[in-house]
Design a protein around this ligand. Structure first.
Ligand code: HAM
Length: 433
Protein backbone atom coordinates (compact mmCIF):
# COMPACT_ATOMS: atom_id res chain seq x y z
CA UNK A 1 0.00 0.00 0.00
CA UNK A 2 1.39 3.38 -0.95
CA UNK A 3 0.56 5.63 1.98
CA UNK A 4 -0.33 9.08 0.69
CA UNK A 5 -0.06 10.95 3.98
CA UNK A 6 2.04 9.98 6.99
CA UNK A 7 2.19 11.13 10.61
CA UNK A 8 4.50 14.03 11.42
CA UNK A 9 8.00 13.23 12.68
CA UNK A 10 8.10 13.19 16.47
CA UNK A 11 4.39 12.40 16.86
CA UNK A 12 2.81 9.07 17.74
CA UNK A 13 -0.60 7.53 17.22
CA UNK A 14 -2.16 5.88 20.23
CA UNK A 15 -3.96 2.93 18.71
CA UNK A 16 -7.13 1.16 19.92
CA UNK A 17 -5.01 -1.81 21.02
CA UNK A 18 -2.83 0.45 23.25
CA UNK A 19 -5.26 3.06 24.53
CA UNK A 20 -6.35 0.97 27.54
CA UNK A 21 -2.91 1.58 29.06
CA UNK A 22 -3.38 5.33 28.73
CA UNK A 23 -6.87 5.12 30.16
CA UNK A 24 -5.51 3.17 33.10
CA UNK A 25 -2.75 5.62 34.05
CA UNK A 26 -5.07 8.57 33.45
CA UNK A 27 -7.61 7.04 35.79
CA UNK A 28 -5.03 6.47 38.54
CA UNK A 29 -3.72 10.01 38.14
CA UNK A 30 -7.10 11.72 38.22
CA UNK A 31 -8.15 9.63 41.24
CA UNK A 32 -4.96 10.60 43.10
CA UNK A 33 -5.41 14.25 42.08
CA UNK A 34 -8.93 14.11 43.49
CA UNK A 35 -7.95 12.69 46.89
CA UNK A 36 -5.34 15.45 47.21
CA UNK A 37 -8.04 18.03 46.48
CA UNK A 38 -7.24 18.96 42.87
CA UNK A 39 -9.91 19.82 40.28
CA UNK A 40 -9.38 19.52 36.55
CA UNK A 41 -8.54 22.53 34.38
CA UNK A 42 -8.56 22.44 30.56
CA UNK A 43 -6.95 25.25 28.62
CA UNK A 44 -6.55 25.81 24.86
CA UNK A 45 -3.83 24.09 22.87
CA UNK A 46 -2.62 27.42 21.51
CA UNK A 47 -2.00 30.69 23.29
CA UNK A 48 -0.52 34.07 22.47
CA UNK A 49 3.22 33.61 21.97
CA UNK A 50 3.79 36.36 24.52
CA UNK A 51 2.48 34.08 27.29
CA UNK A 52 5.32 31.61 26.89
CA UNK A 53 7.93 34.33 26.27
CA UNK A 54 7.01 35.89 29.61
CA UNK A 55 6.11 32.71 31.47
CA UNK A 56 8.59 30.07 30.36
CA UNK A 57 11.29 32.68 29.76
CA UNK A 58 12.99 34.35 26.81
CA UNK A 59 16.36 32.75 27.59
CA UNK A 60 15.17 29.12 27.73
CA UNK A 61 15.76 26.49 25.05
CA UNK A 62 12.00 25.97 24.91
CA UNK A 63 11.32 29.57 23.89
CA UNK A 64 14.45 30.12 21.84
CA UNK A 65 14.47 26.92 19.80
CA UNK A 66 11.54 24.64 20.42
CA UNK A 67 8.26 26.48 20.07
CA UNK A 68 5.75 25.87 17.31
CA UNK A 69 4.91 29.48 16.61
CA UNK A 70 2.78 30.70 13.73
CA UNK A 71 1.09 33.80 12.55
CA UNK A 72 -2.68 33.74 12.08
CA UNK A 73 -4.40 35.22 9.06
CA UNK A 74 -5.15 38.19 11.31
CA UNK A 75 -1.43 38.71 11.92
CA UNK A 76 -1.42 37.49 15.53
CA UNK A 77 1.50 35.40 16.79
CA UNK A 78 0.29 32.17 18.43
CA UNK A 79 2.18 29.20 19.85
CA UNK A 80 1.19 25.59 20.47
CA UNK A 81 1.67 25.11 24.21
CA UNK A 82 5.11 23.68 24.99
CA UNK A 83 3.96 22.93 28.57
CA UNK A 84 0.89 23.35 30.76
CA UNK A 85 1.90 25.69 33.59
CA UNK A 86 1.79 29.02 31.75
CA UNK A 87 -1.67 28.41 30.23
CA UNK A 88 -3.14 27.33 33.57
CA UNK A 89 -1.67 30.44 35.25
CA UNK A 90 -3.14 32.65 32.52
CA UNK A 91 -6.56 31.08 33.04
CA UNK A 92 -6.28 31.57 36.81
CA UNK A 93 -5.75 35.28 36.29
CA UNK A 94 -8.21 35.73 33.45
CA UNK A 95 -11.05 34.12 35.43
CA UNK A 96 -10.05 35.58 38.79
CA UNK A 97 -9.96 32.12 40.31
CA UNK A 98 -8.17 33.60 43.29
CA UNK A 99 -11.61 34.75 44.51
CA UNK A 100 -12.61 31.08 44.84
CA UNK A 101 -10.38 30.89 47.95
CA UNK A 102 -6.73 30.04 48.26
CA UNK A 103 -5.02 27.69 47.83
CA UNK A 104 -6.36 26.66 44.46
CA UNK A 105 -5.40 23.21 43.29
CA UNK A 106 -5.73 22.30 39.61
CA UNK A 107 -4.76 19.25 37.57
CA UNK A 108 -4.59 18.73 33.84
CA UNK A 109 -3.86 16.30 31.04
CA UNK A 110 -2.39 18.08 28.02
CA UNK A 111 -0.64 17.48 24.78
CA UNK A 112 2.52 19.60 24.53
CA UNK A 113 4.56 20.62 21.50
CA UNK A 114 8.30 21.13 21.38
CA UNK A 115 10.48 21.15 18.28
CA UNK A 116 13.17 18.87 19.71
CA UNK A 117 15.21 16.14 18.08
CA UNK A 118 13.04 13.05 18.48
CA UNK A 119 14.52 10.05 20.28
CA UNK A 120 13.26 7.42 22.73
CA UNK A 121 11.27 9.34 25.36
CA UNK A 122 11.51 12.62 23.47
CA UNK A 123 8.78 13.56 21.04
CA UNK A 124 7.57 16.71 19.34
CA UNK A 125 4.04 16.07 20.50
CA UNK A 126 3.86 14.48 23.93
CA UNK A 127 1.44 14.22 26.83
CA UNK A 128 1.69 15.58 30.33
CA UNK A 129 -0.29 15.17 33.50
CA UNK A 130 0.26 18.13 35.79
CA UNK A 131 -0.70 19.46 39.20
CA UNK A 132 -0.55 23.16 40.07
CA UNK A 133 -1.10 24.77 43.48
CA UNK A 134 -1.68 28.53 43.71
CA UNK A 135 -1.43 30.63 46.83
CA UNK A 136 0.63 28.38 49.11
CA UNK A 137 3.96 29.52 50.53
CA UNK A 138 4.52 27.05 53.36
CA UNK A 139 7.06 24.27 52.83
CA UNK A 140 4.25 21.86 53.71
CA UNK A 141 2.76 22.55 50.28
CA UNK A 142 6.03 21.59 48.55
CA UNK A 143 6.10 18.35 50.52
CA UNK A 144 2.41 17.66 49.87
CA UNK A 145 2.88 18.17 46.13
CA UNK A 146 5.87 15.85 45.98
CA UNK A 147 3.91 13.35 48.05
CA UNK A 148 1.11 13.41 45.44
CA UNK A 149 3.56 12.52 42.65
CA UNK A 150 5.03 9.82 44.84
CA UNK A 151 1.57 8.35 45.53
CA UNK A 152 0.92 8.08 41.80
CA UNK A 153 4.18 6.21 41.22
CA UNK A 154 3.46 3.94 44.17
CA UNK A 155 -0.04 3.13 42.93
CA UNK A 156 1.40 2.30 39.52
CA UNK A 157 3.87 -0.03 41.26
CA UNK A 158 6.94 1.70 39.82
CA UNK A 159 10.26 0.55 41.22
CA UNK A 160 13.69 2.20 41.07
CA UNK A 161 12.38 5.70 40.63
CA UNK A 162 14.38 8.22 42.61
CA UNK A 163 13.44 11.65 43.80
CA UNK A 164 16.06 14.38 43.52
CA UNK A 165 15.44 17.81 44.99
CA UNK A 166 17.21 21.12 45.09
CA UNK A 167 16.54 24.74 45.93
CA UNK A 168 17.43 27.44 43.45
CA UNK A 169 16.51 30.18 45.92
CA UNK A 170 14.73 33.46 45.37
CA UNK A 171 15.83 36.17 42.90
CA UNK A 172 17.88 37.77 45.67
CA UNK A 173 19.95 34.62 46.40
CA UNK A 174 20.32 34.10 42.70
CA UNK A 175 21.86 37.53 42.11
CA UNK A 176 24.89 36.58 44.19
CA UNK A 177 24.95 33.09 42.79
CA UNK A 178 24.91 34.33 39.19
CA UNK A 179 27.84 36.58 39.98
CA UNK A 180 29.85 33.68 41.42
CA UNK A 181 28.91 31.40 38.53
CA UNK A 182 29.85 34.03 35.98
CA UNK A 183 33.23 34.51 37.59
CA UNK A 184 33.81 30.76 37.64
CA UNK A 185 32.76 30.12 34.05
CA UNK A 186 34.64 33.21 32.75
CA UNK A 187 37.75 31.27 33.73
CA UNK A 188 36.69 28.43 31.37
CA UNK A 189 35.59 30.58 28.44
CA UNK A 190 38.02 28.86 26.05
CA UNK A 191 36.49 25.43 26.56
CA UNK A 192 32.74 26.10 26.95
CA UNK A 193 30.52 25.25 23.96
CA UNK A 194 29.12 28.07 21.79
CA UNK A 195 25.65 27.89 23.33
CA UNK A 196 27.08 28.11 26.83
CA UNK A 197 29.08 31.21 25.90
CA UNK A 198 25.76 32.93 25.14
CA UNK A 199 24.30 31.47 28.34
CA UNK A 200 27.23 32.97 30.26
CA UNK A 201 26.00 36.44 29.34
CA UNK A 202 22.27 35.87 29.76
CA UNK A 203 21.78 33.18 32.40
CA UNK A 204 24.87 31.31 33.63
CA UNK A 205 22.72 28.81 35.58
CA UNK A 206 21.65 27.32 32.23
CA UNK A 207 25.24 26.12 31.73
CA UNK A 208 24.65 23.67 34.60
CA UNK A 209 22.04 22.01 32.38
CA UNK A 210 24.26 21.66 29.27
CA UNK A 211 24.54 18.13 27.89
CA UNK A 212 27.98 18.61 26.27
CA UNK A 213 30.51 16.40 28.12
CA UNK A 214 33.10 19.20 28.28
CA UNK A 215 30.66 21.73 29.76
CA UNK A 216 29.38 19.03 32.13
CA UNK A 217 32.90 18.44 33.42
CA UNK A 218 33.47 22.14 33.98
CA UNK A 219 30.05 22.53 35.61
CA UNK A 220 30.82 19.73 38.10
CA UNK A 221 33.18 22.02 40.00
CA UNK A 222 31.09 25.18 39.71
CA UNK A 223 29.86 26.95 42.86
CA UNK A 224 26.71 25.37 44.32
CA UNK A 225 23.47 27.32 44.70
CA UNK A 226 22.85 25.82 48.14
CA UNK A 227 25.84 27.80 49.45
CA UNK A 228 24.18 31.03 48.31
CA UNK A 229 20.68 30.65 49.78
CA UNK A 230 19.44 33.49 52.00
CA UNK A 231 18.20 32.58 55.48
CA UNK A 232 14.51 32.39 54.45
CA UNK A 233 15.19 30.19 51.42
CA UNK A 234 17.48 27.96 53.44
CA UNK A 235 14.87 27.56 56.16
CA UNK A 236 12.20 26.77 53.54
CA UNK A 237 14.36 24.10 51.93
CA UNK A 238 15.28 22.58 55.30
CA UNK A 239 11.60 22.32 56.14
CA UNK A 240 10.75 20.66 52.82
CA UNK A 241 13.37 18.03 53.63
CA UNK A 242 12.07 17.62 57.16
CA UNK A 243 8.50 17.07 55.93
CA UNK A 244 9.55 14.63 53.23
CA UNK A 245 11.51 12.66 55.79
CA UNK A 246 8.50 12.64 58.12
CA UNK A 247 6.33 11.35 55.25
CA UNK A 248 8.93 8.61 54.63
CA UNK A 249 9.54 9.71 51.06
CA UNK A 250 13.16 8.94 50.17
CA UNK A 251 15.05 11.70 48.32
CA UNK A 252 18.51 12.97 47.58
CA UNK A 253 19.60 16.59 47.33
CA UNK A 254 21.12 17.18 43.92
CA UNK A 255 22.50 20.72 43.64
CA UNK A 256 22.85 20.44 39.88
CA UNK A 257 19.08 20.30 39.27
CA UNK A 258 18.23 23.74 37.88
CA UNK A 259 15.32 22.84 35.52
CA UNK A 260 15.02 24.22 32.01
CA UNK A 261 12.25 26.79 32.51
CA UNK A 262 12.75 30.30 33.89
CA UNK A 263 9.82 30.55 36.27
CA UNK A 264 11.20 28.37 39.06
CA UNK A 265 12.15 29.69 42.49
CA UNK A 266 13.15 27.78 45.64
CA UNK A 267 12.28 24.08 45.58
CA UNK A 268 12.80 22.17 42.33
CA UNK A 269 12.57 18.41 41.94
CA UNK A 270 12.65 15.55 39.49
CA UNK A 271 11.68 11.89 39.60
CA UNK A 272 14.16 9.91 37.57
CA UNK A 273 13.79 6.30 36.44
CA UNK A 274 16.50 3.97 35.25
CA UNK A 275 16.18 1.65 32.29
CA UNK A 276 14.59 3.92 29.66
CA UNK A 277 17.71 5.57 28.24
CA UNK A 278 18.88 9.17 28.32
CA UNK A 279 15.42 10.74 28.68
CA UNK A 280 14.94 9.37 32.16
CA UNK A 281 13.17 12.25 33.94
CA UNK A 282 9.61 11.10 34.27
CA UNK A 283 8.41 14.02 36.37
CA UNK A 284 9.71 17.54 36.88
CA UNK A 285 8.45 20.46 38.85
CA UNK A 286 8.96 23.01 41.56
CA UNK A 287 7.91 26.28 43.06
CA UNK A 288 7.33 29.35 40.88
CA UNK A 289 6.64 32.27 43.17
CA UNK A 290 7.21 34.92 40.49
CA UNK A 291 5.15 33.61 37.57
CA UNK A 292 1.73 35.03 38.44
CA UNK A 293 3.24 38.49 38.91
CA UNK A 294 5.18 38.09 35.67
CA UNK A 295 1.84 37.55 33.94
CA UNK A 296 0.31 40.70 35.41
CA UNK A 297 -1.25 39.44 38.66
CA UNK A 298 -0.43 40.21 42.25
CA UNK A 299 2.41 38.12 43.67
CA UNK A 300 1.13 34.63 44.42
CA UNK A 301 3.38 31.83 45.70
CA UNK A 302 2.69 28.79 43.53
CA UNK A 303 4.13 25.40 42.66
CA UNK A 304 3.50 22.35 40.51
CA UNK A 305 4.85 19.45 38.52
CA UNK A 306 4.23 17.56 35.31
CA UNK A 307 4.67 13.88 34.51
CA UNK A 308 5.50 12.88 30.93
CA UNK A 309 3.01 10.15 30.09
CA UNK A 310 5.04 8.57 27.27
CA UNK A 311 8.05 8.25 29.57
CA UNK A 312 5.92 6.90 32.37
CA UNK A 313 4.53 4.18 30.11
CA UNK A 314 8.07 3.38 28.91
CA UNK A 315 9.15 2.83 32.51
CA UNK A 316 6.13 0.64 33.20
CA UNK A 317 6.91 -1.41 30.09
CA UNK A 318 10.61 -1.69 31.00
CA UNK A 319 9.63 -2.88 34.48
CA UNK A 320 7.10 -5.37 33.09
CA UNK A 321 4.27 -3.78 35.03
CA UNK A 322 1.28 -5.43 33.53
CA UNK A 323 -1.90 -3.49 32.92
CA UNK A 324 -4.89 -5.67 32.31
CA UNK A 325 -5.94 -5.50 28.65
CA UNK A 326 -9.44 -4.26 27.99
CA UNK A 327 -12.28 -6.55 28.86
CA UNK A 328 -13.10 -8.68 25.88
CA UNK A 329 -16.71 -8.70 24.70
CA UNK A 330 -18.90 -10.69 27.04
CA UNK A 331 -20.97 -12.09 24.21
CA UNK A 332 -20.95 -12.31 20.45
CA UNK A 333 -24.34 -13.23 18.99
CA UNK A 334 -24.00 -14.96 15.64
CA UNK A 335 -27.31 -14.63 13.85
CA UNK A 336 -28.63 -16.05 10.59
CA UNK A 337 -31.88 -14.88 9.03
CA UNK A 338 -34.00 -11.83 9.53
CA UNK A 339 -35.82 -12.86 12.71
CA UNK A 340 -32.55 -13.96 14.37
CA UNK A 341 -30.85 -10.71 13.44
CA UNK A 342 -33.65 -8.65 14.97
CA UNK A 343 -33.48 -10.81 18.11
CA UNK A 344 -29.65 -10.45 18.25
CA UNK A 345 -29.97 -6.68 17.98
CA UNK A 346 -32.46 -6.46 20.85
CA UNK A 347 -30.49 -8.90 23.05
CA UNK A 348 -27.29 -6.92 22.48
CA UNK A 349 -29.15 -3.75 23.46
CA UNK A 350 -30.33 -5.34 26.73
CA UNK A 351 -26.83 -6.57 27.56
CA UNK A 352 -25.32 -3.14 26.80
CA UNK A 353 -27.89 -1.45 29.02
CA UNK A 354 -26.60 -3.73 31.80
CA UNK A 355 -23.05 -2.45 31.09
CA UNK A 356 -21.78 -5.50 29.22
CA UNK A 357 -20.01 -5.41 25.88
CA UNK A 358 -22.10 -7.35 23.39
CA UNK A 359 -21.61 -7.59 19.66
CA UNK A 360 -23.48 -9.07 16.74
CA UNK A 361 -22.97 -9.12 13.00
CA UNK A 362 -23.45 -5.72 11.35
CA UNK A 363 -21.68 -6.44 8.08
CA UNK A 364 -23.73 -9.35 6.68
CA UNK A 365 -21.28 -12.25 7.16
CA UNK A 366 -22.12 -15.95 6.96
CA UNK A 367 -22.14 -18.08 10.13
CA UNK A 368 -18.59 -19.40 9.75
CA UNK A 369 -17.15 -15.91 9.21
CA UNK A 370 -19.13 -14.57 12.18
CA UNK A 371 -17.66 -17.25 14.46
CA UNK A 372 -14.17 -16.49 13.16
CA UNK A 373 -14.68 -12.81 13.95
CA UNK A 374 -16.00 -13.63 17.45
CA UNK A 375 -12.80 -15.59 18.03
CA UNK A 376 -10.62 -12.76 16.71
CA UNK A 377 -12.12 -10.13 19.01
CA UNK A 378 -11.74 -12.53 21.94
CA UNK A 379 -15.41 -12.78 22.86
CA UNK A 380 -15.87 -14.76 26.08
CA UNK A 381 -19.10 -16.38 24.94
CA UNK A 382 -20.92 -16.88 21.67
CA UNK A 383 -24.54 -17.63 21.00
CA UNK A 384 -25.74 -18.94 17.65
CA UNK A 385 -29.24 -17.85 16.65
CA UNK A 386 -31.17 -19.26 13.68
CA UNK A 387 -34.83 -19.91 12.92
CA UNK A 388 -34.89 -23.07 15.14
CA UNK A 389 -33.51 -21.26 18.18
CA UNK A 390 -36.01 -18.45 17.76
CA UNK A 391 -38.85 -20.97 17.46
CA UNK A 392 -37.73 -22.95 20.56
CA UNK A 393 -36.77 -19.78 22.51
CA UNK A 394 -33.46 -21.32 23.59
CA UNK A 395 -29.95 -21.55 22.15
CA UNK A 396 -26.46 -22.95 22.84
CA UNK A 397 -24.17 -20.64 24.82
CA UNK A 398 -20.54 -21.49 24.08
CA UNK A 399 -17.67 -20.59 26.41
CA UNK A 400 -14.96 -19.72 23.89
CA UNK A 401 -12.00 -20.56 26.09
CA UNK A 402 -13.23 -24.00 27.25
CA UNK A 403 -15.48 -24.78 24.22
CA UNK A 404 -18.09 -25.92 26.75
CA UNK A 405 -21.67 -25.47 25.54
CA UNK A 406 -24.90 -25.29 27.44
CA UNK A 407 -28.50 -24.45 26.72
CA UNK A 408 -29.64 -20.97 27.65
CA UNK A 409 -33.15 -19.56 27.60
CA UNK A 410 -33.78 -16.69 25.21
CA UNK A 411 -36.72 -15.58 27.32
CA UNK A 412 -37.01 -13.75 30.62
CA UNK A 413 -34.34 -15.84 32.34
CA UNK A 414 -31.64 -15.06 29.77
CA UNK A 415 -29.87 -12.26 31.68
CA UNK A 416 -29.82 -14.18 34.94
CA UNK A 417 -28.46 -17.33 33.29
CA UNK A 418 -25.91 -15.39 31.29
CA UNK A 419 -24.62 -13.49 34.34
CA UNK A 420 -24.18 -16.79 36.17
CA UNK A 421 -22.13 -18.21 33.29
CA UNK A 422 -20.06 -15.03 33.12
CA UNK A 423 -19.25 -14.95 36.83
CA UNK A 424 -18.24 -18.61 36.70
CA UNK A 425 -15.71 -17.85 33.96
CA UNK A 426 -14.00 -14.78 35.58
CA UNK A 427 -10.31 -14.75 36.58
CA UNK A 428 -7.96 -11.77 36.14
CA UNK A 429 -4.94 -10.94 38.31
CA UNK A 430 -3.41 -7.89 36.47
CA UNK A 431 -3.85 -4.16 37.25
CA UNK A 432 -7.13 -3.14 35.71
CA UNK A 433 -9.54 -0.25 35.29
P1 HAM B 1 9.37 19.79 32.01
O1 HAM B 1 10.48 19.26 32.85
O2 HAM B 1 9.75 20.59 30.82
O3 HAM B 1 8.46 20.64 32.98
O4 HAM B 1 8.45 18.62 31.54
C1 HAM B 1 7.85 17.74 32.47
C2 HAM B 1 7.94 16.31 31.97
O5 HAM B 1 7.40 16.22 30.64
C3 HAM B 1 9.37 15.80 31.81
O6 HAM B 1 9.87 15.33 33.04
C4 HAM B 1 9.17 14.67 30.81
O7 HAM B 1 8.71 13.51 31.48
C5 HAM B 1 8.07 15.21 29.92
N1 HAM B 1 8.65 15.77 28.68
C6 HAM B 1 9.22 16.97 28.50
N2 HAM B 1 9.60 17.13 27.22
C7 HAM B 1 9.28 16.00 26.57
C8 HAM B 1 9.39 15.53 25.21
N3 HAM B 1 9.93 16.29 24.28
N4 HAM B 1 8.93 14.29 24.91
C9 HAM B 1 8.37 13.51 25.85
N5 HAM B 1 8.22 13.89 27.14
C10 HAM B 1 8.66 15.12 27.51
C11 HAM B 1 7.33 21.30 32.58
O8 HAM B 1 6.82 21.17 31.50
C12 HAM B 1 6.71 22.10 33.68
N6 HAM B 1 5.54 22.78 33.13
C13 HAM B 1 6.36 21.23 34.86
C14 HAM B 1 5.74 22.03 35.96
C15 HAM B 1 4.42 22.11 36.25
N7 HAM B 1 6.37 22.82 36.78
C16 HAM B 1 5.51 23.39 37.58
N8 HAM B 1 4.32 22.97 37.25
Amino acid sequence: MALLVKKIKGTEDILPRQSYKWQFIEKVMSEEAKVYGFKEIRTPVFEQTELFRRGVGEGTDVVQKEMYTFETKGGESLTLRPEGTAGAARALLEHNLINDGLPIKAYYFTTCYRYEKPQAGRQREFHQFGLEVYGAQDALSDAELICAANSIFERLQLRNIRLEINSIGCPECRKNYHKALKEYFEGHKDTLCGTCLTRLEKNPMRILDCKSPVCKEIAANAPKILDFLCDDCKEHFDKVQKYLTAAEIPFTVNPSIVRGLDYYTNTVFEFIADGIGAQSTVCGGGRYNGLIEELGGNPLPSLGFAIGLERLLMVMDAQNIEISSPESPALYIAALGDAAQVKAFSMAKTLREAGLEAQFDIVGRGLKAQMKYADKIGSKFTLVLGDNEIAENKAKLKNMSTSEQKDISLGEDFMQEFFAALIESETNPALSL
